[in-house]
Design a protein around this ligand. Sequence first.
Ligand SMILES: [Zn+2]
Length: 97
Amino acid sequence: MNCPTCRKKIEAEEASCPRCGTEVDDLRALSAKAGAMRAEAAALLQDGQALEALKLFYKADRLCSTAASRQGIAAALLASGHFRAALKYHFRARAKR
Ligand SMILES: [Zn+2]
């Protein structure tokens, strides 16, 4: 991951940024939690539970917004028939990271 303060690359075993000292353990934990939520949401989506998947993808995106969470939101919106909103999230997912 990169430091949220100075953008320096931080290795997995480091608890803080070697350049500026920002603590990153809590961020790593949040990122892992969001990743688990995205995986659970993807399983719900594959199971045909688009609205439940959408809620969980939104929750994961609020916790840690990534291209993967925005793509998940787009897919769940598409699966639940919200085409215009799906397109908006699809382009957001492509625009950042
Ligand atoms: Zn830093």
